[in-house]
Design a protein around this ligand. Structure first.
Ligand SMILES: NC(=O)c1ccc[n+]([C@@H]2O[C@H](COP(=O)([O-])OP(=O)(O)OC[C@H]3O[C@@H](n4cnc5c(N)ncnc54)[C@H](OP(=O)(O)O)[C@@H]3O)[C@@H](O)[C@H]2O)c1
Length: 257
């Protein structure tokens, strides 16, 4: 699949580490980028850089937890410029905090509203028009944290497991409609979110490298784009080993909270 065939690409959370790198990766003549973020200044700077690389760009500043506003915008773009590729990337992380404080309900709700509800709403709002057209690609950014619930980040792991399961199910359901669905499961990628995460960060990767790996996987329509390999293998093993043994391993590795 060439960049020219990609046409219109929607990226949410483009003002963050991974979204920014993906936008710059895809910014080329012949590509129309619909870039979303909340930080208007950062979004404008990114849009300028993408335009300088030859892409056409439009931007959207929105808190995606405002589902009615999101749905209204989706209704508009399905008519004006239905994306060819959608990268549902916006997300936040919370953790149990210092001294085993635990997650507050307020934080859990904010995380579920963004990571799960807004992602489902984004995808769900575009599927009917993509089915009608008979083409489209939906990339859902999950995480290797989806394989096994880490005691230090319970809600985050659960939210990413929800995205993984949703994407896998949609891929099977939508294949006959000409729509590709891909679940992306990165390990530790340098970003504001990653910096704020507790626990060790083995095999930390820079966002531009992650963007290249994700784009390659999307071009191949890989069902699951999970990387880097050693961490992918390790986290996958946590999911398939007896749960009691997995828990011992994550405690030994300092993810026990
Ligand atoms: N970095 C990692 O190690 C890692 C690993 C696995 C998976 N991921 C996933 O990759 C995705 C991107 O993460 P990142 O590392 O690039 O994080 P990041 O740098 O913190 O970026 C997060 C993005 O989400 C946006 N966002 C946050 N709250 C929002 C809200 N309420 N409404 C709309 N947008 C909101 C931010 O917008 P503003 O900045 O404009 O507010 C920003 O663009 C996330 O889904 C994350 O779970 C990250």
């Amino acid at each position: 699949m060439t960049q020219r065939q990609l046409g219109t690409i929607l990226i949410t959370g483009a003002t963050g580490g991974i979204g920014n790198a993906l936008a710059l990766h895809y910014a080329k003549p012949g590509v129309y980028l619909l870039l979303h973020g909340r930080n208007a200044d950062a979004l404008k700077a990114l849009a300028d850089n993408c335009q300088a690389q030859g892409a056409d760009v439009s931007t959207l500043v929105m808190d995606l937890r405002d589902i009615p506003a999101l749905q209204q915008w989706l209704a508009e773009i399905t008519v004006t410029r239905l994306p060819d590729l959608v990268i549902a990337n916006a997300g936040i992380n919370i953790n149990n905090g210092i001294n085993r404080r635990g997650e507050t309900w307020q934080d859990i709700e904010a995380l579920l509203d963004l990571n799960v509800k807004s992602t489902f709403a984004l995808v769900n709002g575009l599927i009917p028009a993509m089915r009608k057209r008979g083409s489209g690609q939906l990339a859902l950014i999950s995480s290797l944290a989806a394989f096994y619930g880490l005691p230090i980040t319970p809600s985050y792991c659960a939210s990413k497991a929800a995205i993984k399961a949703y994407g896998e199910a949609l891929r099977g359901w939508l294949a006959r409609d000409g729509i590709h669905v891909n679940v992306v499961m990165p390990g530790y990628i340098k970003s504001g979110m990653c910096d704020a995460m507790p626990g060790p960060k083995p095999f930390l990767m820079m966002p531009d490298k992650a963007a290249r790996i994700i784009a390659t996987g999307l071009a191949r329509n890989q069902a699951r784009i999970s990387f880097p390999f050693p961490l992918n293998l390790g986290t996958w093993l946590l999911a398939v080993l007896p749960a009691a043994l997995s828990l011992k391993i994550v405690r030994l590795l300092n993810y026990g909270g």
